[in-house]
Write a protein of this length. Sequence first.
Length: 256
Amino acid sequence: MKREERRQEIINLLVEHHAVDLDDLAKRFAVSKMTVHRDLDELESAGVLRKVRGGATIDAGTQFESDFRFRQLQEADVKRAIAEAALDLVEPGMTVIVNDGSMAAVLGEALLTKRPITVVTNNAAVLQRMQGESGVTLIALGGIYSDKFNAYFGLVTEEALSHLRADIAFISAPAAAGAFAYHMDERIVRAKRAMIAASRQACLMINSRRLGHTALHVLARLDEFDTVISDSTLPADMQSALEGTAVTVTIAATTE
């Protein structure tokens, strides 16, 4: 098996299992552990995976988020359920901000049922899907394109948001614990904060698998959101942090 074929197979295994074991890979491909190490090093340098002791993972860490292309293929039922719950907050005629991320991309598709609607986004998947759709006023936030996140970020993005005012912003996060939502990338934190500031209300959408985890940067306090949507009951520390606040917590029902 050629090197590129082997690395693609490692990616396929990560999509299916979220993690791979160094010894198992060496046996599977009949190569040395050093060869597998080099493969994992190259994939880590490309931002595809995170090396851990004895292998690698695509699960988020405090300073790592997996590639958009991985996340796009994972847990479609959860993303769909959360997007459908988020859709209940939208009425035709609204101006809606949609952030980066694979879950937000699913919501972008669903928003077509709420036409006429104005959608403001830096999410390239949403931009591509909504181009040419009737009843949609599409405002693209420019900036520096990130292949890993399939979205645009930076000063141009933030400056554009400072001149806009939306009805609601839909914000996703790779981690939340206690009283805070987190993200591992400073550029993305700035863009998401600008989206929250540019909206009359904000909704946090978060996969339950990401609950109980932290990342390098605080994205926002949970009580900065009007609504928190997940696919499972929030951990006790998050529930405690939201007691006495006006935040609405919605549990999206999956098909499982």
